[in-house]
Design a protein around this ligand. Structure first.
Ligand code: HSE
Length: 429
């Protein structure tokens, strides 16, 4: 029997999905027909051939058409994507989406509606492009008690940091290269400020820990402040910079699980599996009990990998229809169970700090005293280069409370010999 899908959006990924469905690799995809494609403009030249009567600007009609069996949403953005997804669900249609922003912010509403309607919402392409991390966390890894999920889930920033590390480029130069190659958008904020990664870790944390993670509550810091100087010093100590999206169990307080979820540039030992993921690739490191450590890595974006994840979801839908088996929603069962998030001030971490100070006797001592007063133990304090009588002092702390470290730095900033504290980054091992 023909399975009729409606596609919302015919951009890069939508085009890739059409190409894959026009040459199906699996017998279950042979009966899939692209019945309607919703686009913004009918006149735009297309790389794939769609019969003109199947192209429409009326997206509402696609999601309510009784002839359409499933909807694939590839528009991105919050609205009208959210409303169209809800409407498709309301009409009893399963939905496949690559839209991390809408799932991270409106997942609860969408999955609640899907639960009531008894339809599936699949989102493999929303995180990690071609890496099958959603299905893995939903099924294969979930029998273990997951302790931590750390991810490089934004290819643009990983490309920029790789260029800075490998070519010695500045942030601005590396960003310009990312834009020239089409990785970064003209307004690169969503990538470089870490917002895209925060959307993705909200979803991964939900899958790994079975609770809803409020997207707005995730502390998020981007990569604009990383300088090539910091990258060089970090390397001398055996570390590399990565924009990490982190979700891990912080502590059990009574019956409540407290999660430590955050996105920020991180110094990782060069021996860590995530340290060797370069360029636009993504990777997710999962640690669980009795699972141990698993790393999934590969292309995190782009037409082919993302389309492959979307069509993989379509295959899952078809396979379940074939057997009549129950298809659980990935985020099913979250409702009413919002995670408590550890405040960043309570975080215990090692820190890398770079201070610019006058090159005078007693400066290192004064800085060390301020740290000591706030219970910040130091692993190393080193004077690096000196320019125009200004010394660069680089500090690595032991594991300390973030609030203590910041209070010490506020005091250090007030020292008459200190000109600036340009860098403060967290270190993970
Ligand atoms: N802009 C994202 C990235 C791709 O750079 O990884 C889509 O999620």
């Amino acid at each position: 029997m023909v399975y009729r899908v409606g596609l919302l959006g015919l951009g890069t990924v939508g085009t890739g999905v059409v190409q894959m469905l026009q040459q199906p690799q699996h017998p279950l995809l042979q009966a899939v027909e692209i019945a309607a494609v919703g686009v913004r403009s009918l006149d735009k030249p297309r790389q794939v051939r769609i019969p003109p009567e199947r192209l429409t600007t009326n997206l509402e009609q696609i999601v309510s058409d009784p002839e359409i069996d499933a909807v694939i949403e590839l528009m991105g953005g919050l609205e009208p994507a959210r409303s169209l997804i809800l409407k498709a669900i309301d009409h009893g249609k399963p939905v496949i989406t690559a839209n991390k922003a809408v799932i991270a912010r409106h997942g609860e509403e969408i999955f609640q509606a899907a639960a009531q309607a008894g339809v599936a919402v699949l989102l493999e392409a929303a995180v990690g492009g071609g890496i099958p991390i959603v299905q893995a966390l939903q099924h294969s890894l979930r029998a273990s008690r997951i302790q931590a999920v750390w991810g490089i889930v934004n290819g643009t920033t990983n490309f920029i940091l790789s260029q800075m590390a490998q070519q010695g480029s500045s942030f601005a130069e590396a960003l310009a290269q990312a834009q020239a190659r089409g990785y970064a958008e003209a307004d690169p904020s969503a990538d470089v400020e870490g917002w895209d990664a925060a959307d993705k870790i909200a979803i991964l944390a939900g899958l790994a820990f079975g609770v809803a993670v409020p997207r707005e509550a995730i502390p998020c810091e981007g990569i604009r402040n990383i300088s090539s100087t910091d990258i060089r010093y970090a390397r001398e100590w055996g570390y590399t910079f990565k924009l990490l999206a982190i979700a891990q169990r912080a502590a059990a307080q009574g019956s409540e699980t407290v999660l430590d979820v955050r996105v920020h540039p991180t110094l990782l030992p060069v021996t860590h599996p995530l340290a060797n993921v370069h360029g636009v690739d993504n990777a997710v490191w999962v640690q669980g009990d009795p699972l141990g450590q698993v790393v999934l890595a590969g292309p995190g974006a782009g037409q082919g990998p993302t389309a492959s994840a979307v069509v993989g979801d379509l295959l899952t839908l078809r396979a379940h229809l074939q057997t009549g088996a129950y298809l659980p929603n990935p985020l099913w069962g979250f409702f009413g169970r919002a995670a408590a998030l550890l405040p960043l001030a309570e975080l215990e971490s090692e820190f890398y700090v770079r201070v610019l100070a006058q090159d005078q006797p007693g400066v290192m001592g004064a800085i060390g005293t301020c740290f000591g007063r706030h219970r910040v133990s130091l692993e190393s304090i080193t004077q690096k280069e000196c320019h125009q009588e200004q010394a660069e002092i680089v500090i690595l702390t032991h594991t300390v409370r973030e609030a203590d470290c910041r209070q010490a730095l506020a005091e250090i900033q007030q020292l008459p010999q200190v000109a600036a504290i340009p860098s403060l980054f967290r270190v993970l091992r």
